[in-house]
Design a protein around this ligand. Structure first.
Ligand code: PLP
Length: 389
């Protein structure tokens, strides 16, 4: 038996992919499956973005680019950051990454090692914990509670910092809950972080413009006092329906930029050039498709919340961002993962059990409303039938 290092045995994964595989297998057997499991927009990448990639390839843009990304793509990110946050960042702080996840990886391997502690949201995106475990650092969950609208509590987060804490991971708007941390709470957190100058911060802002009901996302970039230890993760996957293009960006403090550049040189060299041209078109081109997509998500969000609330034993907080609902199913007699599995096998509805996002996810399930209104209605009918049995 080949023996790999123990880190690989500690690594977890994202169960959404396993659910997708099972849902696809059942569909191939002829079952009518409605997929509310995977977190990717069901819209096509807007035409002008696709055209930009095709043009780039036809123009011969097929070679290596700088490991940090094309200057033009980084400058597009600078413009976009100014539009969304009002903050001017330097193109020399921007890294173009193959998706959002590699920034997570880079930040976590930079600070994670045995003896170190890393704070991460629970429930939260599962890769945070998985990568922390991989490095041998101790994962310290920051509870994200329904009672506080699935927002971070500054007080609770700060209370978990010890002299071993090296990195704090934040995510708002959040997966899997759709929660948004209000500006007042972020301000309190930043104020408290002044007492912990050695703690780096990874702010995952990939859903930054996916908000509803007039809610506004607060970027951590807006706090100059933490800029020298702040990494901001963002990307094209969700906003422009580009999950498979593997296009992300991140903004790094000066002290870390060369380290992440070197990691890119060692691991992936660069992001493919045509996608980087597509990324520029996404940022600089018309945003009508994004607006149309968000209007559709908003309509579906209301259908999902209303439909879930009509199911016996199910309560659902109104999600304020992203495209997920995270209903509370504690009043049904079901454990969350067992319910998710039974709904898939017996009713043909794919969704994810809350514990796949952390221990505090028990009692919840995640529905991604990246599916048509008709399918969402059908899925809700099936869930209601199943839970009324
Ligand atoms: N961050 C969060 C909070 C996410 O939900 C996701 C994807 O679901 C990512 C990052 C990863 O994005 P990407 O597909 O670009 O790697």
């Amino acid at each position: 038996m080949l023996k790999t290092i123990a880190a690989f045995d500690r690594m977890g994964e994202e169960n959404a992919f396993a659910v997708l595989a099972r849902a696809t297998a059942l569909a191939q057997q002829g079952k009518d499956i409605i997929n509310l499991g995977i977190g990717q927009p069901d819209f096509k990448t807007p035409e002008h973005i696709v055209e930009a990639a095709i043009k780039a390839l036809k123009d011969g843009q097929h070679g290596y680019t700088p490991a940090t990304g094309l200057v033009a793509t980084r400058e597009a990110v600078v413009r976009r950051t100014m539009t969304t946050t009002g903050i001017e960042v330097s193109p020399e702080s921007v890294m173009i990454m193959p998706g959002g996840k590699p920034t997570m990886y880079a930040a976590i391997v930079m600070f994670g090692e045995p003896g170190a502690e890393i704070l991460y949201p629970d429930p939260g995106f599962p890769i945070y914990r998985s990568m922390i475990e991989f490095t041998g650092a101790k994962p310290v969950p920051v509870p994200i509670r329904e009672e506080t609208g699935f927002a971070f509590s500054a007080e609770e987060t700060l209370s978990l910092i010890t002299d071993k804490t090296r990195l704090l991971i934040l995510n708002s708007p959040a997966n899997p809950t759709g929660g948004i941390t209000p500006r007042s709470e972020i301000e309190k957190l930043v104020e408290g972080l002044a007492d912990h100058p050695d703690v780096a911060i990874l702010s995952d802002e990939i859903y930054d413009v996916m908000t509803y009901d007039g809610e506004r996302h607060t970027s951590l970039l807006q706090f100059p006092e933490i800029r020298d230890r702040l990494i901001v993760l963002n990307g094209w996957s969700k906003t422009w329906a580009m999950t498979g293009w593997r296009m992300g960006w991140s903004i790094w403090p000066d002290a870390l930029y060369d380290k992440v550049r070197k990691l890119a040189v060692n691991c992936w060299s660069c992001v493919n050039a045509p996608s980087q041209f597509a990324g520029i078109a996404a940022i600089d081109g018309p945003q009508d498709d994004v607006e149309t997509m968000m209007a559709a998500f908003d309509r579906r969000r209301k259908i999902v919340v209303e439909g879930l609330r009509a199911i016996p034993g199910v309560e659902c907080a109104t999600p304020k961002g992203a495209f997920y609902a995270f209903p509370n199913i504690k009043a049904t007699s079901w454990k969350a993962k067992a319910l998710a599995s039974a709904l898939l096998e017996e009713s043909g509805v794919a969704l994810i059990g809350g514990p796949d996002f952390g221990i505090l996810g028990e009692g919840y399930i995640r529905l991604s409303y990246a599916n048509s209104e008709e399918n969402i209605e059908r899925a809700l009918d099936r869930m209601r039938d199943f839970l009324s049995r």
